[in-house]
Design a protein around this ligand. Structure first.
Ligand code: UT7
Length: 323
């Protein structure tokens, strides 16, 4: 059977680092509160010349270099983002142009913090259906543009950045020791809209709007939703927590990550955490963490990796992939 194998990864971050101490000068907060409640120490914030498309392009180029490929080798680009440069066209098409591609197709996919898990699942389906050979999957966000910088309950949590992977069709025998995406499980439930949303948009206010979140409510649902969908992934493959080499979750809050790993029985040493450096970068957080674990040598070919995310919508999902 066809498997979608990860052949490269990369990332890009804005130049500017903003520490908790810097934020404490503008809103009533403290480094102690932010670290204790979230695990976040700093985040990267885009300057006016850095955008979702420019960060996405840089991450894409770094993934292409890592794979030893050029844009000519790619036939599809899927960009997971909720912060496109323009309402339309899709920022994926802008990235396609920046990469000098005149062939193939590109589109944006919007599932907020679950965007990367949705995009990997979509790319895998395109490859399995024979519609694409090599897909560039990017998660890129500039959430700083959506934040209400006077709202301490949200502005301390998010950051900007981008990460990318390249998936390539290859042969597998259909067993869980194949390389590539082994299983994907996506969920959504729109009845939770009011708990995490942006209070603007083209069809309502005609403005971009600001992110609004009932943090405690999101927190309450997060661990149960995450662990449910991961258990579905284990059931579909006959794998279990003991077989996982790396758990690479969406990086929203260290307490959510730790509680999910604990509930699933995943060894804390096997959890890749970047939330302390990046904050919550929405759809970019998983590919940023992947790139980090690849660069520092932790994540190796043949490793079994569990990806998971939960976010606005609510949307949530899990993917098991053998590197
Ligand atoms: O990626 C998409 C998914 N999003 C998430 O996963 C986020 C989920 N939620 C969370 O991570 C947490 O709920 C937060 C980090 C947002 C908040 O942590 P919490 O432990 O749930 O705190 P809380 O909202 O219950 O607030 C506790 C107190 C409140 O004061 P009172 O009402 O107890 O007097 C807040 O007003 O902390 C106060 N507070 C702050 N204090 C200092 C809220 N934000 C801040 C702040 N600095 N930045």
């Amino acid at each position: 059977m066809i498997r979608s194998i990860v052949v490269g990864s990369g990332s890009a971050l804005p130049d500017r680092v903003v520490t908790n101490a810097e934020l404490a000068k503008t809103v009533e907060t403290s480094d102690e509160w932010i670290v204790q409640r979230t695990g976040i120490h700093q985040r990267y914030i885009a300057n006016e010349n850095e955008t979702t498309a420019s960060l996405g392009e840089a991450a894409a180029r770094s993934a292409l270099d890592d794979a030893g490929l050029t844009p000519d080798d790619i036939d599809f680009i899927i960009l997971a983002t909720s912060t496109p440069d323009n309402t339309f066209p899709a920022s994926a098409v802008d990235i396609q142009n920046r990469l000098g591609m005149k062939h193939g197709a590109a589109f944006d996919l919007q599932a907020v913090c679950s965007g990367f898990v949705y995009a990997i699942t979509t790319a895998d389906a395109y490859i399995k259906a024979g519609l694409a050979k090599r897909v560039l999957v990017i998660g890129a966000e500039t959430f700083s543009r959506l934040l209400d910088w006077e709202d301490r309950t949200t502005c301390v949590l998010f950051g900007d950045g981008a990460g990318a992977v390249i998936l390539e069709g290859g042969e597998g025998v259909g067993l869980s020791n194949d390389r590539g995406v082994l299983t994907s499980h996506l969920r959504s439930d729109g009845s939770h809209k009011e708990k995490l949303y942006v209070d603007g948009g083209p069809s309502t206010t005609g403005t971009v709007g600001h992110l609004r979140m009932q943090g405690r409510e999101v927190f309450k649902h997060a661990v149960a939703m995450i662990t449910d969908v991961i258990e579905d992934a284990f059931e579909a493959t006959g794998l279990d927590a003991g077989k996982i080499d790396w758990f690479i979750p969406h990086q929203a809050n260290r307490r959510i990550i730790d509680a999910s790993a604990k509930k699933l029985g995943i060894d804390p040493q096997k959890v890749v955490q970047t939330v302390h450096q990046h904050g919550n970068t929405s759809a970019a957080s998983i590919p940023l963490a992947i790139a980090e674990a690849r660069k520092d040598g932790r994540l190796k070919e043949g490793d079994l990796v569990l990806l998971e995310a939960m976010g606005g919508g609510f949307t949530w999902g899990a993917v098991l992939v053998r590197w």
